[in-house]
Design a protein around this ligand. Sequence first.
Ligand code: ADP
Ligand code: MG
Length: 852
Amino acid sequence: RGLQKSEGPMGDPDSDESGLDAEDDRASKHIDKARSGLPIIGMEQEVMEAVSENDVVVLCGETGCGKTTQVPQFLYEAGYGCKDFPERAGMIGVTQPRRVAAVSTATRVAAELNTPLGAVVGYQVRYDRRVDPGTSVKFMTDGILMREVQEDFLLRRYSVIVIDEAHERSLNTDILLGLLSRIVPLRRQLAQESAANPPLKLIIMSATLRIEDFLSNKRLFQTPPPLIQVAARQFPVTVHFSKRTELHNFSDAAYKKVCKIHRQLPPGGVLVFMTGQREDLDEVGPAAFGGDAAEQAGELGTGELEAEEDENAEVVSEEDLETDDEEEVVVMGGAGFTPEQIADAEEHFEASLGIDLNALKESGKPDEARGPMSVHVLPLYAMLPQAAQARVFSPCPAGHRLIVVATNVAETSLTIPGIRYVVDAGRAKQKMLEEGGGMARYEVRWISKASAEQRAGRAGRTGPGHCYRLFSSAHFNDTFPQHTPPEILNTALEGVVLAMKAMAVDKVVHFPFPTPPERAALIAAERCLVALSALAPASLALTAMGKAMARFPITPRHARMLLQVVHDAATTPQHSAAPLAYAVALAAALSAESPFVHIDSIAAEEGDGEAAKRLRQRAGAAHAQLRSSFGDAISALNALCGYESAGRSEAFCRDHFLHARNLREMAALRAQLARIVAQQLAATAGGPEAGLPSLKVDARELAKALAPPPQKLVKQLQRAIAAGWADQVARRVRSTEHVASAAEKAGGKRAVRYRTCTLEEDVFLHPNSGVHRAAPQFAVYTQLVRTEKRPYMAGLTEIEPQWLAEVAQPLCTFSDPLASPPPLYSPAEDCVFCWQSVSYGKHAWELPLARR
Ligand code: ADP
Ligand code: MG
């Protein structure tokens, strides 16, 4: 191996890549130097010995010590992933919880091995893969490996699996650890039976020492695996708390802090932790960061920012800070968004590169003045396109200070070179699930103490650094939890349960989760899958429908909806591909975030002025062209269809006030899903055993651009949506059914109430929903969101109740026992419904008779 490496790339000898030119040579020398400085480099032998003596090894080391980039190379050097060694011939698979990290680390490792990406080192993420048959090291998201386990439970293509960033406790990582705790011994057993079966090694890598859940978890590993700790090499980081904790406007506070750092402190990159990509867009945005007063930078040279920090920081002096703050606030107010800027977060940040604040003040609009000592502002979040993400690793333009505004991605997965200052807002956006009924809340919550330590540590990689926390030490001590709870405790589990059942893990409650979810959550997931006809009501065994649903890389609800249309087509003698094409588009549209830019956020910077009002009116009118009164899902579908018909044009997004990024994501998923659906339908001969009916579709038909759906098709899609959210049906409450509140009695406006088929409390239509005006009798919702005001249903679609008797039979009680419901895929002609009545759900609603 070593020989090959020093001779250059191992790809095609005729390719341009072969033979190093001077520049490559310099680059590889540079990389060699960086590599040799990593703390983990000296531990290669220890790591490899542990791996060869044990099937499972846990490796723990500070972020940046070289785990992700070096361990796969150690394995590769030792012959793993090499066809010449039968025992080690399988690939080295490395999982990451995030797409960004999978792609960027693959790129980095390929560069370190001096091979083109996609050859020896490749990657696979949801919309993208670069691997070839000779790939030895494959980086992928944990979701990709989850799907591979479903295809081949023994993961025979691999000789080693590295589960990276295990401390993040992502849902898929947790499940994979549970699965691998069974797969590894199975592979060992098979290896003992025959030398032709190589064993599988597992390496669990974690940035923090919170590993008891893996190490001393008897359910997971009977004998605790050995732990290797990489000694941290970390320069001291001085942590500065704020005197006050900014509770609301923390992006303002972050902005001010960055301006101060830039003005007063010596060169060095600044890493700002904000809560999530929405905040990148809506709050921090573009207007927020710009460089100014650079002349002053470097003058102080103490490496300290004065004032505003509390007693925990060594305060140097408290002079001339107040007035500066004032100035910055004024400038921010003046930097209004243009509609073009709203269109896309990336453009935002581009526009803010090197803004000269003085020029800004004079002209009232962004102006590019890239003088020396300007700033180089880059965003970094998971949804950012790859090329834009890669920019944080390329050298900062000379004379510029690098400022990276990042989400959690930069906390442990990625190490950005040259960071000396960290500004930490101390929050992360988290989805919380209420017990029973699945009411979700999106909360910006305080991060854990462990996360705050991680974030601070990012400042001490290249030299001594400083971390500025936008909260007080008292607040930190009193309110920050020690650790972030694993994702599994706050997620709806129907996807997990379906995937497990498809892998023949029948007793989900006995599965060796690193942290077991509440039993109630698992039971709720099973109940949901029963409602979707994926599990049989009594035995909870996987049905044909469930089998088919598990074939698609989308949520069970989306898959159920899609399959309803497949089954409709299979039972229609002269079907066309159109409904299926729309169903695929709909599933894609529902899998990404809403394409509609929030009207309230439009021109928020301009306040309530005339111009802002006009802009909002324009946005409202543009949205109205796409909004459907039948529901929000159809509205999203219309937006996607419009975008694709317009040739995926960014101009279309700007004109209609749509998020280009979300639409790009939808279009990519649609293309991928169309391919998978066509493949699956072609591959299965049909019949209920295969899980899919036989159906001939033209793959190209499924993928071509669509006009917004015609009326008749919209009905069919609504019915399919009812199938996917059968357990989330709501019925409008008649005014006679509830007691008016005091405010309502006093003549206040009466909000239309709804009763769901599971919850005890009444819920309301979300005012942003397209069906709000029509207030339909029956609707399904995709989410329940509790705000301070009320519990709201969001993502609404109007439905006709008689559909439920056809698409949601598990929740129906049919009064006439002789007329058992027809099987799901019997031809329409055979169905003669003769029930006297149908009651639905927990509250036994009387449904209108289903008649064909
Ligand atoms: P760990 O996984 O232990 O956090 P990594 O292996 O990701 O550490 O990173 C080791 C070092 O390699 C980091 O300090 C970083 O500077 C460098 N590095 C990693 N990825 C890249 C990249 N894409 N470009 C440039 N340098 C990188
Ligand atoms: Mg890492």
